[in-house]
Design a protein. Structure first.
Length: 451
């Protein structure tokens, strides 16, 4: 990166940033309190509140949101009459999955192959550090020229909507002229990218019951209805032969207009095994950003080890459905539930339960905030022009903020480029990406204030 006062400052702060990220990653802040202690999440929230206070933030508060988790809020006043920018990240993380499969402990930040590994390093504790670095760089080079609000969510990964409901109940709290969501990522490492489309999502738990209790498969198998087999048939009905998502009544043929995703590059990014085909039809971008996608996240059934010769009386699954912009998430949930009921065989009893839901998001890129960010990215990534891309994931808060503050520009940037392997084993962040994006965010705030 060429010499620039802000860039030089961020570079000098990187050793301390690594130490802070290690401290934050060490908290096992999974917001599923059946799996991990609530105290881990609360300790992470207190750490962030302390970091904001140390930077001069006033009105720092731990917000008790309706889903039983805490979000962290702080306000840093700027010059008289300055614009207000809201910076967002989240400190809750996905479970580490198979801890034994990690090359290094998931909650211990470990440097390897030029990257910092640990759960949440990129998604999204690294985003918290990115915001802090940007503000520190500005303070060291003339001051922060805008009012800054920071909100760090405690349950984004769970999709339980706590912060969305809190924001709706306190609409003045997060009001801003521009909003930077630090929970996205560059299209590829080193290519500055603003995410302009997010799919919405719905989570539904489905349970199938067929018998009063399990039966011996030798004595009753062949005639007794097997709940697990029925559930398998229901789940299989959610996909066409080519793997496309098929939910009755839900359009699956939209196309993406914008940056394309090369199929071979996608195979490499996703680490698809040799000889295994991709699923669905249309371009990769169509499938990721413009069309619905169903995923079976888990099934409750007997494990192979210790299984008995039984016909199963009950089985259940957690089903995720991603929905593109233009599709109402509530309507998609209704269609998914209706599909599950309609495709349950043998008259089996079926129950569905709504676990979480979030609307899709599409940004308006024509305003001054996007121009300010493009100019900032050009300095942080010399020779590169900021690209616009979609993201298949969901950040439900975005649609809530867009509804509450229709005049605010919402920009999505972040550290979750493909090599980060977020939500997977061996998640990591590129320290170079963290450095460049911190510079970009700092320069964005300066550019936006002057615009």
């Amino acid at each position: 990166m060429p010499s620039h006062p802000v860039a030089d400052t961020v570079a000098s702060l990187m050793p301390g940033a690594r130490t802070e990220l290690a401290e934050l990653v060490a908290f096992k802040s999974v917001a599923d309190f059946d799996q991990y202690p609530r105290s881990e999440s609360e300790a992470a929230a207190r750490w962030i509140a302390g970091a904001l206070r140390a930077e001069g933030f006033t009105d720092v508060a731990l917000l008790d949101t309706p889903d039983g988790t805490q979000s962290v809020y702080g306000f840093l006043p700027g010059p008289e009459g300055a614009k207000t920018v809201l910076l967002y990240a989240h400190y809750d993380v996905q479970p580490p999955l198979d801890e034994a499969g990690w090359t290094s402990p998931p909650f211990e930040l470990t440097e390897r192959d030029g990257r910092w590994h640990g759960r949440g390093a990129a998604d999204c504790k690294g985003g918290v550090i990115m915001h802090l670095l940007a503000l520190r760089a500005l303070k060291a080079n003339g001051g922060v020229p805008v009012n800054v609000k920071v909100i760090v969510e405690g349950s984004e990964e769970q999709g339980t909507g706590g912060l969305e409901r809190y924001a709706e109940e306190h609409p003045e709290l997060l009001e801003a002229d521009a909003i930077v969501i630090g929970d996205s990522g560059n299209f590829r490492l080193g290519l500055p990218t603003a995410t302009t489309v997010l799919r919405g999502m719905t989570l539904v738990r489905v349970q199938v019951d067929t018998l009063e209790g399990n039966l011996h498969s030798g004595q009753f198998g062949g005639a007794a209805p097997d709940a697990l087999a029925a559930l398998i048939r229901v789940l299989d009905s959610l996909r066409a032969e080519d793997g496309s998502t098929t939910v009755d009544g839900l359009d699956g043929g939209s196309v993406w207009e914008g940056l394309e995703y090369d199929e071979e590059q996608f195979r490499k990014d996703a680490k698809v095994l040799d000889g295994v085909g991709l699923i669905g039809s249309g371009t990769v971008a169509d499938r990721l950003w413009a069309r619905p996608a169903v995923t079976v996240l888990g099934i409750d059934c007997p494990p192979v080890v210790g299984a008995t010769p039984s016909v199963q009386a009950s089985a259940r699954a957690l089903v995720s459905l991603r929905v593109p912009p233009g599709v109402d998430a509530a309507r998609a949930t209704e269609l998914l539930e209706a599909h599950l009921r309609a495709h349950t065989p043998w008259g089996a009893r079926v129950r569905t339960e709504r676990i979480g839901q979030g609307q899709a998001f599409r940004a308006d890129t024509a305003g001054p905030a996007y121009r300010a960010m493009a100019d900032a990215m050009a300095v942080a990534y010399p020779g590169q022009e900021m690209q616009y891309a979609g993201q298949g994931g969901s950040i439900p808060l975005c649609s809530t903020l867009a509804s509450l503050y229709p005049k605010a520009e919402i920009l999505l940037i972040g550290l979750s480029e493909p090599e980060a392997r977020i939500h997977a084993v061996d998640e990591s962040v590129s320290p170079e990406e963290l450095e460049r994006l911190s510079v970009a965010e700092a320069l964005f705030l300066r550019n936006y204030a002057a615009g």
